[in-house]
Design a protein around this ligand. Structure first.
Ligand SMILES: [Zn+2]
Length: 332
């Protein structure tokens, strides 16, 4: 059905709804479930005993293994301690590998993480991996783009103390990518759209899903840094604080603390149980045969359930009854 004829289903009918919630970064675009995916979600609803198990694995960008609890500042893997170690490592990149904890940096360019793809090997399907680099390789990448590396560009992502590694992301500014890729070891890497990686990921591949989640977290943070360069309170420039996990106004009289922005969104599948059908919609810009769940941003002063009912009413004229929460997902 489309928006023009959806009213034939009648206002005031008691529709049930599955509710998905996403935390959108400010630069996000809309995402649409395919029809088969919709049906899969619908079948999950009918098997509530399996929902919690499946949900923990099903969403792209969820399940980040290094975004753990905030460590005390004195902990060597905390953001503040790691930044001090990083400064020492930057002053001597050649010997940085001897300092503990070690580090891995994921470079981005215009929102795209460095990555490379593998052809299938034997029975293994084709795959991809992120281009984690050390400081020597990172310096080469910055030189290539005639960009200057400094500590303020690094954004702390988290750590794996069991591996003695701290993870960072960084935006490679300046220059143009020339298309020939970046050689690291035996492979050539390039900056790849995050959603291309998402589409290329086998969702049963746990390690790949974890890499995708880390890249999503990193992209969301870097994009937030890009769009929050000035204080919304006094207009002065902002500077990174807490190893890039937040920002602060540089005006001594203001010093406003600024935290990464998250824009909550609801995505809902309206179900008509009596007639065994679900409500989809399409926009004029969609390609033929493309349909989507309804979705919309939550407005100030609104609960999730109210947002579901309002958006469905606004877009289709249908009133929703019970709202059932399904799961949540970050969406960089
Ligand atoms: Zn300010």
């Amino acid at each position: 059905m489309d928006n023009n004829n959806s009213n034939r289903h009648g206002r005031g009918s008691n529709k049930e709804m599955l509710l998905f919630i996403r935390a959108f970064s400010p630069t996000t675009q809309t995402f649409f479930f395919s029809h088969s995916r919709l049906l899969q979600q619908f079948s999950l609803k009918r098997n509530p005993s399996t929902m919690s198990v499946i949900n923990s694995q099903i969403h792209a960008f969820a399940g980040n293994p290094i975004k753990s609890k905030t460590l005390k500042p004195a902990d060597p893997y905390s953001s503040l301690s790691s930044l001090e170690t990083l400064k020492n490592q930057l002053s001597d990149p050649i010997n940085a590998g001897f300092l503990s904890p070690g580090l891995k940096v994921l470079p981005f360019k215009k929102g795209k993480p460095l990555a490379c793809s593998y052809d299938s090997i034997g029975d293994l399907p084709p795959n991809w991996r992120l281009g984690w680099v050390g400081l020597v390789d990172l310096k080469e990448i910055f030189d290539r783009f005639e960009s200057i590396l400094n500590e303020d560009l690094f954004v702390y992502l988290g750590s794996k103390p069991e591996d003695d590694v701290v993870y960072w992301a960084i935006d490679v500014l300046g220059g143009r990518e020339r298309g020939e890729g970046i050689g690291l070891g035996e492979r050539r890497f390039s900056f790849v759209e995050l959603r291309t990686l998402m589409v290329a990921t086998d969702w049963a591949n746990g390690p790949a899903m974890e890499e995708l989640a880390i890249a999503g977290h990193a992209r969301a943070l870097l994009e937030w840094h890009n769009v929050s360069r000035f204080c919304g309170h006094c207009g002065e420039k902002t500077v990174p604080a807490d190893a890039g996990r937040r920002k602060q106004c540089s005006n001594e009289l203001c010093k406003k603390r600024i935290y990464p922005r998250v824009d909550p969104v609801v995505i809902m599948l309206v179900i008509d149980r009596e007639n065994d059908r679900a409500l989809l919609s399409r926009q004029s810009r969609f390609v033929p045969r493309m349909w989507s769940c309804l979705a919309g941003f939550i407005e100030p002063g609104e609960s999730l359930e109210e947002a579901v009912r309002r958006e469905t009413w606004e877009e289709t004229g249908i009133e929703v009854g019970e709202v059932i929460y399904h799961s949540s997902q970050p969406w960089p």
